[in-house]
Design a protein around this ligand. Sequence first.
Ligand code: HEM
Length: 142
Amino acid sequence: MLWIKSLHIVFVASWFAGLFYLPRIFVNLAMVPQESVAERERLLLMARKLLRFTTVIAVPALALGVWLWAGYGIGWGPGNGWMHAKLAVVLLVLGYHHSCGVVLRKFVAHRNTRSHVWYRWFNEAPVLMLLVAVILVVVKPF
Ligand code: HEM
């Protein structure tokens, strides 16, 4: 079980590395002057590759979590409010991950309307979600 939990933590950390860096690229894309085509294409290529990596790495992160939960029964069933709240946070993280794909497609299609300031705030959301998820699973406050 401890091997599974170790791998779960490593893949979760890698997943969040992608979720932390991808919006950073959006901040830069929102600041690129229209005439800087080469820079824009470079940033779009980086974002595409990073989104693909982040999506692939999310699969083992989630699968190992399900293995701990459903396989070993940790946090399974009633009386494990912490696990239910954590799963709600996981759904928010998945929604955020999906919205990064939507944003990237808007940039590719020259349909972005958000400012770099907006994306700086957007970039803070995964930090808060990680903080809450880790506190729930380590402290198990309820
Ligand atoms: C946002 C995504 C996630 C984060 C940040 C996260 C984080 C963590 C961390 C840091 C631990 C180690 C806690 C410890 O050793 O005390 C852990 C354990 C665990 N995770 Fe996740 N996890 C995530 C997704 C999931 C998912 C999707 C599931 C299940 C569906 C899950 C189920 C579990 C279980 C059952 C444990 C073992 C808890 C224990 O042994 O006390 N996790 N998770």
